[in-house]
Design a protein around this ligand. Structure first.
Ligand SMILES: C[S@@+](CC[C@H](N)C(=O)[O-])C[C@H]1O[C@@H](n2cnc3c(N)ncnc32)[C@H](O)[C@@H]1O
Length: 199
């Protein structure tokens, strides 16, 4: 069998993220995951919340490797991942009652981050929730030295990437009709931001 894609960070953070998702998500929820990566989050969350439907996605060049793990899991509430590039409109997705994305906004360029929120505006149902996990800056400051180092490492790889300002992200969310409900401090210098779309 082919080796499944693996991220140690996802393995470490999936349990704490699940606890927060379980507080918010109800039965029969239809969740869209953007930038699914290795599929470890998708499989863990679908396994532990069998009453909801988890649709993972990623860009065309990554969706096949994401599907390796999803297909191996054979979970009835976790269909094959679909392709979504946040920059390609319209997103070919069913409207979701919740959207989740981890460690994606610091990888995307700033225009892609803007498109991420434009797509969410179109594809998240009213009163639906958005969950975004990752590192952020506040008032222009990194939360830790290690995040400042991570930002340099990211920009060295791709000058368009980088740890995003919470205030800018929250402004984009607000323009997409989202109201911030929670800013959860997570292990390893990350946050889990939760918004709710206006009714
Ligand atoms: C650091 S990985 C995070 C993967 C996974 N969510 C996790 O937490 O391990 C960043 C992800 O962003 C995805 N990505 C990059 N550009 C994207 C775009 N324009 N639209 C959608 N996803 C994108 C990549 O394919 C990759 O899966």
């Amino acid at each position: 069998m082919q080796d499944l894609p693996f991220s140690q960070a996802s393995e470490n953070n999936k349990h704490v993220i699940l606890e927060i998702l379980q507080r918010h998500l109800r039965e029969n929820e239809r969740v869209l995951e953007l930038a699914g990566g290795t599929g470890q989050h998708a499989v863990h969350f679908a396994q532990n919340m069998p009453e909801l439907h988890w649709q993972s996605s990623d860009i065309p060049s990554n969706v096949d490797s994401l599907n390796l793990r999803i297909e191996t899991s054979r979970l009835p509430n976790l269909p094959r991942a679909i392709t979504v590039d946040v920059n390609s409109f319209p997103w070919r997705v069913d409207k979701a009652t919740a959207i989740f994305s981890a460690n994606s906004l610091h990888i995307m360029s700033a225009p892609s981050v803007e498109n991420f929120f434009k797509g969410i505006d179109k594809n998240l149902e009213r009163a639906g929730r958005l969950f975004v996990y990752g590192p952020f800056k506040y008032a222009g400051e990194f939360t830790t030295e290690s995040n400042a180092g991570f930002d340099l490492w990211l920009k060295d790889r791709d000058p368009q990437s980088g740890v995003r300002d919470f205030e800018w992200i929250n402004e984009l969310a607000s323009q997409a009709g989202l109201n911030l409900l929670e800013d959860n401090i997570m292990p390893a210098n990350n946050q889990l931001l939760v918004w709710e779309k206006s009714q």
